[in-house]
Design a protein around this ligand. Structure first.
Ligand SMILES: Nc1ncnc2c1ncn2[C@@H]1O[C@H](COP(=O)(O)OP(=O)(O)O)[C@@H](O)[C@H]1O
Ligand SMILES: [Mg+2]
Length: 207
């Protein structure tokens, strides 16, 4: 794995495309177990990310990730805005000084992102939050000797799907208790889209 600054832009563009395409779907999911704003929140945030980073010039990948974090923090809102903002801020710190992101620095970045989100949201594995996608992704990165991006995407997908059977312990969906069972967690679906977009960009970069 070797990702450069331009790949980060491609990752954000592809993520934004997927979020915009799935804006209604994310909203529907959040209507079932939340307040129905997740699609709107994410679409607003990632559109702004792409608008800004496609014209700005950053010295490093870390600087670009930091700006993405600031945009998400100020534009997404809800519970997910501060969480995604924190994730990107920690990723920025995790790869400070690198011009190329390799498997090792990427793993560190994801690990740090998770630490930040856990500190903020206090969620654990199985609480039916976006961490139920991030944690298995980290496990895959730590346990594999190289990243097979098809496998990576599959791990994110299966983890996202597994949130359907869980009871929500954190966030708005937790008010529903057992009634949250049978619905996908909206934040896990947006995180899956983020990782799906990354696998597509990484596969393209490896060609
Ligand atoms: N404490 C938490 N820790 C981790 N993720 C959380 C937490 N609370 C909520 N989430 C995630 O945020 C998503 C909801 O985001 P969103 O709808 O934008 O915010 P809100 O719940 O404030 O309306 C959930 O589907 C879940 O994945
Ligand atoms: Mg919501």
């Amino acid at each position: 794995m070797k990702l450069m600054k331009n790949d980060l832009l491609l990752w954000m563009e592809k993520t934004n495309e997927k979020i915009q395409e799935n804006k209604g779907y994310l909203t529907t999911l959040d209507q079932a177990i939340g307040d129905g704003d997740h699609g709107i929140n994410m679409a607003r945030g990632f559109q702004e990310v792409v608008n800004k980073i496609s014209i700005a010039n950053y010295e490093s990948i870390s600087d670009c990730l930091k700006d993405i974090a600031m945009i998400l923090l100020s534009k997404v809102g809800g519970a997910s805005g501060p969480l995604y903002g924190t994730a990107f801020l920690r990723m920025s710190n995790g790869i400070k000084g690198k011009q190329i992101v390799d498997k090792e620095s990427f793993t560190t970045a994801i690990d740090e992102a998770i630490n930040g989100m856990v500190q903020r949201g206090k969620a654990k594995v199985g609480d039916k939050t976006l961490l139920d996608v991030w944690l298995p992704v980290l496990k895959y990165l730590k346990e594999s000797s190289y990243i097979d991006w098809n496998e990576f995407e599959q791990v994110a997908k299966l983890s996202m799907e597994s949130t359907k059977d869980l009871i929500a312990i954190k966030g708005r969906a937790s008010y529903l208790k057992e009634r949250s069972i049978g619905h996908l967690d909206p934040g896990s679906v947006s995180s899956y889209l983020l990782f799906q977009a990354l696998s597509e960009v990484a596969r393209e970069a490896e060609k």
